[in-house]
Ligand binder design. Sequence first.
Ligand SMILES: Cc1cc2nc3c(=O)[nH]c(=O)nc-3n(C[C@H](O)[C@H](O)[C@H](O)COP(=O)(O)OP(=O)(O)OC[C@H]3O[C@@H](n4cnc5c(N)ncnc54)[C@H](O)[C@@H]3O)c2cc1C
Length: 413
Amino acid sequence: MEHGATLSGDDERRYEDTTAMELDAEHLIVGAGCAGLSLAVRLARRDLRERGRILIVDPREELEVGDRTWCSWGGSGATHPFASCVSHRWTRWRVRSASVDVERSLPSRPYERIPSDAFVREALRVLEAAPGVVIRTGTRVSALRDEGATVRAECEGGGGLRGRLAWDARGGAPATVARPGDVSWLQHFVGWEVRTERAIFDPGVAMLMDLRVDQGRGPHFVYVLPFARDRALVEDTYFSERALEEREYASSIERWLEEHRAGSWEIERTERGAIPMSTAPIARRAGPRIVPIGLRGGAAKPSTGYAFAFVQRHCDALARVAGDGRTVPPEVPVRSRVATFFDRVFLSYLRRVPESAPEVFGGLFARADPAAIVRFLSEEGGAADHLAVMRAVPRLGVAAEAVRARDLWMRAR
Ligand SMILES: Cc1cc2nc3c(=O)[nH]c(=O)nc-3n(C[C@H](O)[C@H](O)[C@H](O)COP(=O)(O)OP(=O)(O)OC[C@H]3O[C@@H](n4cnc5c(N)ncnc54)[C@H](O)[C@@H]3O)c2cc1C
């Protein structure tokens, strides 16, 4: 199915040359998820004559699905086009381990939640009003080929599409160049939005990590976003190599609810994810005109799996250099070398001493300045902030790991 605004007479004339080349659009965005729509909205806000036409394709027939929610730290001063979609904000957060129960507060940097259905509605509102933008659902791209001046997208079931640039926003994981010693983990989880019989939640405090759960299969915690005293998203999360069977997460969530004396409960919504956490460098583009974005572009932060804020920042930067597709956009790294370096330190350490996760995260949230933690997690600070955070975790191990990771980092340059 296709929908979008039509071109005016002037716009039609301007694109006569491109239609003669059988271009479907200047910008072909493959995947209408978080990154595809984030980039499309930014491009669509620009004048059609400057940016050219945009065609967004996705295999799903229905895009407005609430299958996930995105959280990130607001208040950085950097705005994004989806600020009106924030459904909840928490200014206090908590981390618990066997030895630490810490609650911190930073009213200037609320932890903000955006439901994906609200996000998609806002994106479609902008895109459907913009000229020269078409969204084609029910279309799965099986391969992208850079053919020099244009890119061809092969579509499943036959046929193809042609654009000057292809933005590969199909999700999944980035292509990487793994080296010996690199960590290749997943942040994998199942979350239930529950309504409980008893009022057990504090809606003012987001539980970022409850680490008082079995650590036998790698770093493991329960994440709780409370919406009311009897409603919350309760998510069972691991950092490790492989995702688990659905029932393993389910029994952990059930145990957590029982231990918190929830009484009976009703599951209103479920979500599931497996986000890449990798220290391997991102490979070069498959072709100069095929630009990976979102998870494909390495947006997920290796040490946490968070991606939403980095997708927004990356799409901002890419939209600025995208032009009308005639020139190849330069490489725009998702994160700085400093952030990459500290992520490697952190993740390599956790892999080497996975049982230290409760101590590492408990210590970090208890000892480091909350503003520095938020800047570290949001990749806003410089080396000083990152070091301040690192100093809050067991020193010797991290120092040794820093040297090792630095060595890897130097070799990656
Ligand atoms: C349940 C869940 C909760 C999350 N919560 C958070 C959070 O709180 N904070 C945070 O920072 N990050 C979070 N993440 C991580 C990350 O932000 C999301 O995974 C985000 O959706 C990634 O964006 P993306 O555009 O790369 O991929 P997606 O949003 O998954 O979009 C990929 C799109 O590509 C389409 N597609 C797939 N194959 C093809 C094909 N062959 N041809 C054309 N289109 C195709 C898909 O249909 C989809 O629409 C979460 C992830 C999940 C799964």
